[in-house]
Every structure is written in C-alpha cells, then in structure tokens.
Design a protein around this ligand. Structure first.
Ligand SMILES: [Zn+2]
Ligand SMILES: [Zn+2]
Length: 824
C-alpha cells in the first residue's frame, strides 16, 4: 500500500473547501475559541516563516475543534503598504493589480498547506469596503481630539521617502529598509495614544498568558517613571532650567548639569561668552549625528562647557552648565543633573572632562561596622548606583537613601524648588505617510472654514487609480488634481483634500474585530458578533510586533470600548480580561526558521521553498517536520534529514492500515499497548495545551512503535487513537485513514480521545541489581526507560557503588524491565 500523498492531499483540500468544513457562525449553545495568526503582507509566495506561524495556529485550531469548541480561525491580507508600491514601480504595474495577483498566489499556497481557515471571512485591507472603516475610525478619533495635526520634528526615511513612527525606528534606522533615519520639521497627523498610557501600562498585568518578554518591552516603551522636577536657576539671571530625575536622593551630589544641544536656552546662555564659538561648532556637529548613536551605550560621550553656571537649589552651590551629545531633547526636559559618583555615564563624562565629584550615598560596608567612610571621590574606580546611607546631604545625613528620596522630594516641593512628577517615554503615534498605497486621511482644508472632516456619508474617500507614484518627489496623491480639488463640505467654495495616507499599522490595529463580522456595513464591526467571538483566545505571531502592532491594537480596542462599541468579557484561562478592552488573551511568539545558523533570506541565498518540499514529500510531511523540529517559541534550524524522517514516520503510520486488514492471533488489545495508548493520550493532550508539539509528536511516535510490537493482537483501537492524535498535525493523512476505517464525517468532527486513570498506574518498575549474580540493591525506574538511561541510573546508586568500589566493570547484563547483573 503506497502512501500517495499528492492524491490524498488534493482530495481532502477539495472536500474541506466544498463542504465548508471550517466555516463558523456564532452559536450561543457552544463555547467559542478564536485562534488567530498575524495576517501576512501579500508579497507573493509564502515562505517558511509563514509556514511555521500558520502551521502552529492550524494544529492548535484543529485540536480545539476536536475538543468541541466553535472555532473561529480566519485569514486575510495586510494589503496596503510600501512593499506593494515598490514592487509595482519595479514591475511597471499598479499596486492594486500587483497586490491582487499576490493575494491570489498566496491564497492558493495557503490552501495547499491545508490550513483550516474560514475563507468566507477573508478580508484585504486595501479594499475600500475595509479602509472605509479606517476613515470612519479616524473621524471618530478626530471628533474626540485623539487625531490631530501638528508641526514637529519627525523621523524621516530618505529611502522610503516617508515619515516613520517612533516605534518604526529601530537602532536609529528604518525598520523596513534599515536606512539611517533623519529628522524633518513637518506638519503631520498624530494619534493621541498617550491619552491611554496609564491604562495601557496598568492592564499589562491582566495579560498573564503573554510572554514576559513582550510585557517587559511594552512596559519599557510606555516608560513610566516617578521622580522630581528640580528647578535650577541661572547664576546670571532669573531664568530657570527644569531637570527631571528619578534619583532625587543624589541631588546633593549634583556637581554640574548638562543640556541637550537643541535646548532652547543654550543660545541665550552662551551669548558673548568666550566659549560661544566652540559651542556653536559642537552643536553643528551633533546635529549631523543620529539619536541612536548619541544615546547608545558604547559610544564615547562628547560635550563642551557653555561658560555659564546655575545654582543647585538644595545647597546654593554654583555649578557649571555643559552641553553634551548624549542628552536628547525628547526625553525628560532636555536637561539632566549630573551626579558622577552615582551614575555611570556621568562618572565617565566627569573623569574625561575633569569635573568635580562628591559622594552622597555611602555604600554599605559590613567590615567597617559603621565607621566613617574614608572614600574619596578622586580614588573611585567606578560609580555606585546601589542603595546606602545619605552623607554630605545636609539635614538628610544618616538616612537610608530610599527613605530620604521621599523626604527630600517633599521638602523640595514645600520649598518651591522642585515638584514631584511622573514622566512617560511613550509619545503620540505619527500616522501620516507621504506614500500612495494606503488609506487616504479623510480631511478637507478650506481657506474659510479651516480643517474639516469628510462627512461620514461621503466615505470612503477612494484612492484614485491613476496617481503618478514613483516613490520619489513627494506625495503622489498631491499630484492628482481630481483628487485634491474638492468643494468644501461646509461652504462649498473650492477646497483641498489631505494627501497623506495612513500608516498601515492603522489597518492592522482592528482587523481581528472585522473578522468577527467581515461583511457588516453599518459600523466597522458588529457589537453582537464581537460579543460572542472576542477576545482572540490565542494569538500567534512574530516578536517584532511586540511594541508596534500589539501596542496599537490594545490602544484601538480600549478606544472602541470607550465609544461603547464593544461589550465582550473574557472567561476561562488564567487571564482575567475583566475590563473587556484587551484584544488578545494568550499570545505566542514563534521563533524564526534558520538555515546553516542564519535566518532564511533572499540576500543570503539560503531559502528553502515550501513548494519544493510539498512536491517531493507532501504538505503533511512539511507540517509534521516544522512542528517536530523545535518548540514553537525558539528558533529552528532547517534540516533535510528531518524532512526525510518525518516522511518515513508518516509512511509507517499509513502502513498501519495494511496491518489492520490482517486477522490477529489474539482478538483483544494487549495490556501493554492499552497502557501505552492511555498514557500517550494524556501526554499529547497536556503537551498540546502548552504548545509542546515536538514532545507530543514524539510521544505518538512511541505509541506507533508499541503498535508495531503488538501486531499479533487486535490493534484497531490503538490505530484509531493514533489517527485522532496525529490529525491536528497531519490532517490530510488522518482524514484519509479515518475514512478508510469506515467513518463518514471529517475527523475534525470526531471527539478528542480521553484517557482513563486506571491505565496510568505502574509508571514505575523496580529493577533488581546484582553484582556477580548476588542481589546488592534495588532501583526504581520509569517503565519505558531505555538501556542507556538505565545504566546511568544503576551506576549512580549509592548502595551499589559501595559494592563495586571502583572495580572495573567487565560486563553489564540487562534483562528488560526486571534485572541488571554487573560482572566485576
Ligand atoms: Zn525606509
Ligand atoms: Zn469652507
């Protein structure tokens, strides 16, 4: 019996499609489960990264189906964005045509993978039936002051010819093309995500089933810090420089302050000073450096003295004012107080420029028994950032610094020389893009009436098909006269349309809601249907979205909740999304697929095309291999031998059908096989709950081995169990075998097998250990221990060691599951 995978896979994909097996509707009598993988850019072909991401989601969905859940598992395309526009420029076609072609290719490939999607819910963000709602949401935000336009220094990618959000700048480069990001002064549209910062931070605590890493990344990005804003008065006049610090306990050790070169006071304080020329030269130099370089840890910090002084308000000392490259205008107040003894960067900077230092926190020293510290700042080899006792700190001397922090802050506030404050790192989200292939921002500018929203009844503002997009020379929409020139919706006089488009992260911030009611035409989504389906129970995607898409989606969901558009609550699981405004209950971030230790990529030339594997060994082999090769969260190294191994295993499972036809000598299931079967069910179920597909699959492999050792008994029940257990991973093979066993319905409709406790006993056996034929010890071992492990276990036994006493072992005899005899 040959395993004709191509025939089987084609047959079942057709069956699933024609019978709409994966199509679902809300059903109040059944429990729902929403599994979602981050939808792809339609770049054309699917790659191994997609295959891994979607196979994980698919196996899990199928498992949930068999557990009896009503499973929503949709798929769509994140279809706007620069890749399509660039490809269209390169291939001399329209982004619209290009994108639809890519979607058709990708959809065919996804179907070939046998993924269990409800294709009736397919969405593409580039359709006006979708982006109309982007515009609708934008207008709702505009009405509430959450979408606004302002002039600001913004990130500009010269290669993509567009602005970027802070979240899209990675190590100073464009997240998409790695080009060094520049700063440009432009008028742009922003979303006021900062209005939600408190909730975005607070509610991270609800996300118990998210990776800790992602929680930490979001928390850092939002960046809440409590401290004191201290007012340093200039020595020469009454101007004040506010400085924010989280370490007010070190204020008595502040021996100079440093301003960002862009600080508005700089020009004033250097005026007609001897240092003026040098300072201006330094400012020009810094303006050419990227912020990432300026703030990175391993680059030497440079700075110059301004010639001016200010007063440290706690002790009235005059301290010098410097400017330095590592202080950025964006963070805090654009000025820092420097405490070289208790901050590493200040320490290195002070040493370099021979600036004064003073110790104000005494390191706890157990040997000194409280004797006065003899430490001199000149002798310090490094700074000390830990806790200790205040010294050189006036009335606060002798207090532990943590307690002093609060006392000093209150004292400063009372004296009017400081104010207790909270600072945030998160900035508003810049969404304007000067590119063609995105959602037009629905705004009209009238000379008489000002900035006006496009009336709701005029939505969608459609993208004109004939824009001259070249990727160069500014916004393409601004060149389409019929698009730009419109009558003012209020006074009807000639007006101008906004020509920027929205960042595509806008589109993906709510697509998971659209999937709940993809054809709903009164609002972006139906409150009724999202009430049934939301939240997404299991979300799966790449870690690269930790602070982009995942933060924006949380923001949008909270906004919809505030608008009264959502009414879901989450039950079950360890997470309690009590607020009903968190979109994703559980999150899994899958690892990358490597070849020869490197990420698969065109430029490295190490791509393995999923198609080639499917042609040679079938989809099920590819699916099984990719799940078996490594746990989902970690990187996996591609291996051709692994593929061969997966294929051999599937053949072995397939041939079980043949053995079923032969009449066995014994008409009952062997007790060993029965035990193994129940244990395997228990293990696989437990593993699937925690996404340990690799160990689940290896447990099934062992069960198959056990079946082959019991071919003389009735193996029917065991084979049935194998088919059910293996079906989430290799659904085509499982369907075919299931049908050949006489079942009429899809295996997906079968129940997930359950184990019986009574078969799980005796997981441990006692093994008699002899030395030269005489009983010397007994050890307990798992029933299924292999020889290698058993040998290790026996030799580690203390009792036995005392009998052998280091004598060389001549022979090691094992009687399986009973006895070991060691000959010395
Ligand atoms: Zn770029
Ligand atoms: Zn007007």
């Amino acid at each position: 019996m040959i395993y004709h995978f191509a025939e089987i896979e084609g047959k079942w994909q057709k069956y699933w499609r024609e019978h709409k097996v994966f199509n679902v509707r809300p059903d109040s009598k059944r429990k729902k489960y929403y599994v979602l993988e981050m939808f792809p850019y339609p770049s054309g072909k699917i790659h191994m990264g997609h295959v891994r991401n979607y196979t994980i989601g698919d196996a899990y969905s199928r498992y949930k189906w068999m557990q009896g859940y009503n499973v929503l598992h949709p798929m769509g395309f994140d279809a706007f964005g620069q890749p399509a526009e660039n490809a269209a420029i390169k291939n001399k076609t329209q982004p619209d045509i290009w994108t639809h072609k890519c979607i058709a290719w990708m959809k065919a490939e996804l179907e070939k993978m046998g993924f269990s999607y409800d294709w009736d819910r397919e969405i593409s963000t580039c359709e006006s039936s979708y982006y109309k709602w982007n515009q609708w949401i934008f207008l709702k935000m505009f009405e509430r002051g959450l979408a606004y336009k302002k002039e600001a220094f913004v990130n500009w990618c010269p290669s993509c010819e567009t602005t970027l959000a802070n979240e899209e700048v990675v190590d100073g480069g464009c997240w998409r093309c790695y080009t060094k990001v520049e700063q440009k002064d432009l008028e742009q549209w922003f979303l006021k995500i900062t209005e939600y910062r408190e909730r975005l931070l607070e509610d991270l605590q609800q996300l118990k089933d998210w990776p800790q890493r992602v929680i930490a990344m979001q928390s850092n990005w939002i960046g809440k810090s409590s401290g004191v804003e201290i007012y340093f008065r200039l020595k020469d006049n009454d101007k004040v420089i506010p400085v924010f610090t989280t370490r007010v306990d070190t204020i008595f050790g502040a021996t100079y302050i440093v301003l960002a070169p862009e600080h508005p006071l700089v020009k004033e304080i250097i005026k007609s000073k001897a240092e003026e020329k040098e300072v201006l030269k330094f400012i020009r130099k810094v303006s050419r450096e990227s912020k990432a370089i300026r703030s990175s840890e391993d680059v030497k910090k440079e700075g110059v003295f301004t010639g001016s002084y200010c007063i440290n308000p706690v002790n009235n000392e005059a301290i010098p004012i410097w400017i330095a490259d590592y202080v950025l205008m964006e963070y805090g107040t654009g000025a820092i107080m420097a405490v070289p003894t208790h901050d590493q960067r200040d320490f290195l900077f002070a040493k370099e420029h021979k600036l004064p230092m003073r110790i104000v926190i005494k390191k706890p020293d157990p040997s000194s028994m409280g004797a006065p510290s003899n430490q001199k700042p000149e002798d310090l080899a490094e700074d000390y950032e830990g806790d200790g006792i205040q010294i050189n700190s006036g009335q606060f001397n002798g207090l532990p610094n943590q307690g002093a922090k609060i006392k000093i802050a209150e004292w400063m506030e009372k004296g009017g020389i400081g104010r207790i404050q909270t600072h945030w790192r998160l900035r508003d989200w810049l969404i304007s893009r000067q590119r063609y292939w995105g959602t037009p921002i629905p705004i009209i500018y009238c000379q008489k009436c000002g900035t006006l929203p496009v009336p709701y009844e005029d939505l969608p503002v459609e993208l004109p098909k004939d824009a001259p997009f070249t990727g160069k020379e500014g916004s393409p929409l601004s060149k389409v006269k019929e698009f730009v020139n419109v009558p003012c919706p209020k006074c009807k006089s000639p007006a101008r349309r906004e020509t920027d488009t929205m960042a595509t992260f806008f589109d993906s911030s709510w697509y998971f809601l659209r999937f709940c009611s993809p054809k709903f035409d009164r609002e972006p989504f139906s409150k009724e249907e999202t009430k049934y389906w939301m939240p997404v129970d299991q979300y799966i995607g790449g870690i690269e979205h930790a602070i982009l898409h995942l933060l924006y989606s949380r923001f949008f969901t909270k906004f919809f909740k505030d608008l009264g558009m959502l009414d879901f609550s989450a039950e079950g699981g360890s997470a309690n999304l009590g607020g009903g405004d968190e979109p994703f209950r559980k999150l899994l971030t899958q690892g990358m697929v490597l070849k020869d230790g490197e990420v698969m990529s065109k430029s490295r030339g190490n791509i393995v095309d999923p198609d080639s594997i499917i042609k040679k060994h079938g989809t099920d082999t590819l699916r099984l291999y990719i799940l078996f090769a490594a746990p989902p969260e970690v990187e996996m190294e591609w291996s051709e031998r692994g593929i061969e191994g997966a294929f051999r295993f599937l053949n072995r499972v397939w041939r079980l059908l043949e053995h079923l036809k032969q009449k066995p000598q014994t008409q009952t299931l062997s007790p060993e096989l029965q035990k193994k079967m129940h244990r395997t069910i228990k293990e696989v179920t437990k593993d699937l709950e925690s996404f340990k597909f690799n160990t689940a699959i290896s447990a099934i492999m062992e069960l198959v081995n056990e079946i082959y050792q019991n071919l003389d008994t009735d193996i029917t029940e065991a084979v049935k169990t194998v088919i059910l257990l293996v079906s989430p991973f290799v659904p085509h093979l499982a369907e075919e075998m299931w049908q050949r066993l006489g079942n009429k319905e899809s295996v997906l409709k079968a129940e997930w097998p359950e184990y019986e406790e009574r078969f799980l006993e005796e997981a441990v056996i006692t093994i008699v250990v002899q030395v030269n034929g005489k009983l010397r010890s007994k050890v307990e071992a798992p029933t299924d221990i292999n020889e290698e492990k058993l040998k290790e276990l026996v030799l580690a036994d203390e009792k036995l060691k005392s009998w052998i006493k280091g004598s060389p072992i001549k022979n090691f005899i094992i009687v399986p599951k009973k006895l070991v005899n060691i000959v010395i």
